[in-house]
Design a protein around this ligand. Structure first.
Ligand SMILES: [Mg+2]
Length: 231
């Protein structure tokens, strides 16, 4: 019998590109909740970051104490702006090449289970995926609300998926799919393989030195990607 396979997908730069809507919403919330202009803070470095970590850094940069109440107000404001931006007429985001084809093809394999391993807040992840109608492919996952440190998210994702499916996954059968060196490090911390894809902020030349199990320029060749992920 084929062993169950678990594929844990990152979102931004891996499945889709919001074309700055996520970063824009984070800064909208800075203006709303902190009451300071967006360009008064240092530039955001979001690649591979978790939203929890980003929120802590923003409070730090603004010199404001982060109480749980204020952090909640910030998250609520961010999520409201994110939703608005994702559905605005000016939204220019897109799915990355052949993502729909890839998710549909993976769905044909009964032993393959899809989850999320993302720094997005759970609610924000849902907004982004449902904007492109791909949310139904994913059973559950680990999110930016679970830990500020990305490397802590892997075991949480595996445990949630095992619980949702009613069976465990051998670590050899887990593959993390992401677009940044932090995704590769996160796979290493979990003891899982990483398929890295250069559709985000990092090119092949920048990802290669981090030695992922596999490295692709993009997912355009669906059949080849499926063979790697399923075989
Ligand atoms: Mg990413």
């Amino acid at each position: 019998m084929t062993k169950p396979r678990l594929l844990l997908f990152d979102i931004d730069g891996t499945l889709l590109d919001t074309r700055g809507s996520g970063a824009g919403a984070l800064l909208d919330a800075v203006e709303d909740v902190f009451g300071v202009p967006r360009d008064s803070l240092p530039p955001l470095d979001l690649a591979g970051a978790t939203d929890g970590g980003v929120v802590r850094k923003l409070f730090n940069d603004a010199g404001l104490p982060m109480t749980e109440e204020r952090a909640q107000a910030y998250r609520d404001s961010y999520l409201g702006h994110l939703k608005r931006r994702l559905h605005s007429d000016a939204f220019a985001g897109r799915l990355l090449p052949a993502i729909t084809e890839l998710l549909d093809a993976l769905g044909q394999h009964d032993h393959v289970h899809l989850g999320l391993l993302t720094g997005n807040l759970r609610t924000g992840a849902g907004y982004k995926l449902s904007r492109f109608q791909i949310d139904h492919h994913f059973i559950d996952g680990a999110f930016g609300d679970d830990a500020e440190e990305r490397n802590l998210l892997g075991p949480i994702a595996v445990e949630r998926l095992a619980k949702a499916r009613g069976h465990g996954f051998e670590i050899e059968e887990v593959i993390v799919i992401g677009d940044t060196p932090k995704d590769i490090a996160c796979a290493n911390a979990l003891g899982a393989r990483c398929l890295a894809v250069a559709t985000g902020a990092f090119g092949v030349d920048h990802l290669s030195p981090h030695r992922p199990w596999q490295l692709l320029a993009d997912f355009a060749e669906t059949q080849r990607v499926v063979e790697l992920l399923v075989g």
